[in-house]
Design a protein around this ligand. Structure first.
Ligand SMILES: Nc1ncnc2c1ncn2[C@@H]1O[C@H](COP(=O)(O)OP(=O)(O)OP(=O)(O)O)[C@@H](O)[C@H]1O
Ligand SMILES: [Mg+2]
Length: 295
C-alpha cells in the first residue's frame, strides 16, 4: 500500500481521540518497563526498551519475526530474566512469575486431561478458593466467553478459537493486573481470528483489565490497540510508540478509512523500510521442466 498524499497525518487525532488519550494519561501506571536489555550469550536480543502501560490500556507490541517480542513478554511474565533494566508492576519490581500477570500464548496451553470448567477452576483452587467458590467463579468466566455449553468438554473436543476463549477465561479468572498475550490468534484461520479480535475487544470493554498484546499483524494492531509499540530488529529496540488515531468503537469498515490507512502506512514504513526485503537476493531453484512455465 502506498502512502497517499490525501491521507491525514497519523499523528493528527480527532478531538474525541485526543480526549481519550488525555484521560488515559491520568490513569495510574500498571506496568513500567525501564531501559530493559537482554543478552542471550553474546547475542543482544533487546536494547533499552522503555514504555508504560496504564490501567485499562490496550497496548500492542508489533515487530518483525525474531525482533524479540516473545522474549520481552516472557521477561515481563517473569519466565525469563533481563540482563539490564527493570520492570515494575504497580510500582513494585517483578522478580518472577505471579498470578498478577495472566498469560495467553499462541499454542494452546490448556491442560488436556481437565475439562473446560476444571481448567478455569485450576488457578482459583491454587489460590485457596473452596471448590464451590471456584466453580461458581469459573462458570461466570466460561459464560463470559460464551462456552457454558462446553464446560464439561475436554480441550481436544474444542476448535482452536474455542480453546483460546477458554485460555482467556482461565487467565482472567485469576484477576490479573495485566493480561499478557503473545500472538494468541496466530494459529487461527483468518475468519476465526477476526471473530476473536472482536470478541477480545468486547471482553476488554466489560472487564477491568489491562492488555499487552504481541502481534506481527499490522491490521490486528491497528484494530485492537490504544497504543502500538513498534519494535525494530537486531537488537530489538523501540522504533516508535504510536498513539492509535482510529476512533473507538472499532469496526471492520474502518480498515479502509483514511485514518486507519495512515496509521497502517506509518507502521508499515517502520517495519518494512524501503529495500528491507531484498527479493532479488532470494535464490530461486527451478523445479519444473523448461517450457513448463505458468503466467
Ligand atoms: N532461550 C533462548 N536462547 C537463545 N536465544 C534465544 C532464546 N530465546 C530467544 N532467542 C533469540 O532471541 C531472538 C528473539 O526471539 P523472540 O522469540 O523473542 O522473537 P519474536 O519477535 O517473538 O519472533 P516471532 O515473531 O517469530 O515470534 C531470536 O534471535 C532468538 O533466536
Ligand atoms: Mg514470538
Amino acid at each position: 500500500m502506498k502512502r497517499g498524499s490525501d491521507l491525514p497525518d497519523y499523528r493528527e487525532q480527532a478531538p474525541e481521540v485526543a480526549a481519550r488519550f488525555a484521560k488515559i494519561a491520568l490513569r495510574p501506571k500498571i506496568l513500567e518497563v525501564r531501559a530493559l536489555g537482554k543478552m542471550f550469550g553474546s547475542h543482544e536480543t533487546l536494547r533499552d526498551i522503555t514504555f508504560d502501560v496504564r490501567r485499562r490500556e490496550f497496548v500492542c507490541v508489533l515487530g518483525a519475526s525474531g525482533c524479540g517480542k516473545s522474549t520481552l513478554i516472557r521477561i515481563i511474565a517473569g519466565l525469563e530474566t533481563a540482563t539490564s533494566g527493570q520492570i515494575l508492576l504497580d510500582g513494585k519490581p517483578v522478580r518472577g512469575p505471579g498470578p498478577d500477570r495472566g498469560m495467553v500464548f499462541q499454542n494452546y496451553t490448556l491442560f488436556p486431561w481437565l475439562t473446560v470448567r476444571a481448567n478455569v477452576m485450576f488457578g482459583l483452587r491454587m489460590k485457596g478458593k473452596s471448590a464451590f467458590e471456584a466453580e461458581t467463579e469459573a462458570r461466570q468466566w466460561i459464560s463470559m466467553v460464551g462456552l457454558l455449553k462446553y464446560e464439561h468438554a475436554y480441550p481436544h473436543e474444542l476448535s482452536g478459537g474455542m480453546k483460546q476463549r477458554v485460555a482467556i477465561a482461565r487467565a482472567l479468572a485469576n484477576r490479573p493486573r495485566i493480561l499478557l498475550m503473545d500472538e494468541p490468534f496466530g494459529a487461527l484461520d483468518a475468519q476465526t481470528r477476526a471473530q476473536m479480535q472482536a470478541y477480545l475487544l468486547k471482553i476488554w470493554r466489560n472487564v477491568d483489565v489491562t492488555i499487552l498484546f504481541i502481534t506481527h499483524d499490522l491490521d490486528e494492531a491497528v484494530y485492537l490497540s490504544d497504543k502500538i509499540l513498534v519494535l525494530g530488529p537486531n537488537p530489538g529496540r523501540v522504533l516508535e510508540l504510536i498513539e492509535n488515531p482510529v476512533p473507538r468503537p472499532r469496526s471492520r469498515e474502518q480498515f479502509v478509512s483514511p485514518v486507519f490507512l495512515s496509521a497502517y502506512n506509518r507502521i508499515s514504513e517502520l517495519i518494512h523500510p524501503p529495500g528491507s526485503i531484498p527479493v532479488e537476493k532470494v535464490p530461486i531453484i527451478r523445479m519444473t521442466m523448461a517450457g513448463d512455465d505458468v503466467e
